[in-house]
Design a protein around this ligand. Structure first.
Ligand code: PLP
Length: 347
């Protein structure tokens, strides 16, 4: 984690040690200082979001499950696959019908809307596991579709900080009409190393209404019932991520992962292996070589060169025959792994 965050966390612990600066229960929807900071983070990027449209959570995964309280169990959910497995599992646990929309190399793993009768639409961009990122034009089609059908888009922006191509959207709210149909769920886990510290945020625009009900207001009611807020200490650490110095420091860390991704991409380029991602995302999604299936390739790498990755088949049926490499490693380890992969597969 970056120095700015660590300093803020220490400071917050110190505050809790003194009666004069002690914080008890926090606001259920998030501390105003952090909600305001995140709203300004959006505003700086030209997205007009206000403080009370931002909700602080203990992580995107927690929120992706909790947010389903807003929907009836008879509302079908559309999951574009390959996908982060929690989307499917959380809906199955809630007894909801899941519609699987597959994608592949033919559409660069970026599917277009299909009229399948879904009330909830998951979009993850940049995508885990494929690293594919929707363009503004592609997202606009989904926004128009949701507004036409009355569906709500759950937009997972957990990897937005990895986008380096300026033309690509970091937020669904960069798209006209999204404030009438989307909820954005974000996380500091990959942006700033908060995987074990836990903090996420959710944006629900005031203008999102369904069935004459205001979704933001319903979420306030839900949060004030079901949580007593996120720890003051962690929220203070999270605010430091958005300071000027914090932003500089997290960018430095993200650049390390980006250079790891480059090292791996060079190997796949040299070997002529098809892949997506790596540029605007920390994941590289490859087609398994020599016709191997995902688990055969996993075993092959593990047994022959002691390198591990994630079999693509775990992300949905259309992930079969693919494999995900992660750039979240030590630079030296990544270089060693890349060389071993090259030496193994060049034969
Ligand atoms: N969303 C996606 C697409 C992820 O890949 C992950 C973690 O891997 C999460 C959400 C979970 O984030 P958090 O750690 O904030 O729960």
């Amino acid at each position: 984690m970056c120095d700015s965050v660590i300093e803020a966390l220490h400071e917050a612990v110190g505050e809790q040690a003194n009666q004069a600066t002690f914080h008890g229960y926090m606001d259920e929807c998030g501390a105003p200082f952090l909600r305001g900071t995140i709203a300004r983070y959006y505003q700086k990027r030209g997205v007009d979001i206000c403080e009370n449209e931002v909700f602080i959570s203990s992580g995107a995964s927690d929120e992706l499950g909790d947010i389903l309280d807003l929907f009836d169990t008879t509302s079908p959910a559309l999951v574009m696959e390959p996908a982060y497995p929690a989307y499917v599992d959380a809906n199955v646990m809630a007894g909801r019908k899941v519609i699987h929309l597959s994608s592949g190399e033919y559409n660069a793993f970026l599917p277009e809307p299909e009229d399948v009768g879904a009330d909830i639409i998951y979009i993850c961009s940049p995508n885990n596991p494929t690293g594919a990122v929707f363009s503004k034009k592609q997202l606009k089609k989904w926004v128009d579709y949701a507004n036409m059908t009355g569906a709500v888009i759950l937009f997972d922006a957990a990897y937005e900080a990895f986008i380096e191509d300026d033309s690509l959207p970091h937020s669904i709210f960069e798209i006209d009409g999204a404030k009438q149909c989307a909820i954005e769920i974000c996380s500091l886990s990959k942006t700033a190393g908060f995987t074990g510290t836990r903090l996420g945020y959710t944006v629900i625009p005031k203008t999102l209404e369904r069935g004459n009900m205001n979704v933001r207001e319903m979420w306030v009611r839900n949060r004030t019932t079901k949580t007593n807020g996120v720890s003051y200490i962690i929220q203070k650490g999270a605010a430091a991520v958005f300071s000027e110095e914090g932003q500089r420091q997290i960018k430095e860390n993200i650049d390390v992962y980006k250079s790891n991704a480059k090292v791996l991409m060079q190997v796949f380029d040299a070997l002529g292996i098809w892949y997506s991602g790596g540029k605007n995302a920390p994941y590289i999604w490859i087609k398994c070589p020599q016709g191997m299936n995902s688990w055969e390739f996993f075993d092959y790498l593990l047994n022959e060169i002691q390198v591990v990755g994630t079999p693509g088949s775990g992300f949905g049926a259309c992930g079969k025959g693919y494999f995900r490499f992660s750039a979240f490693g030590e630079t030296e380890d990544t270089k060693i792994a890349a060389k071993r992969i090259y030496d193994l597969l060049k034969k």
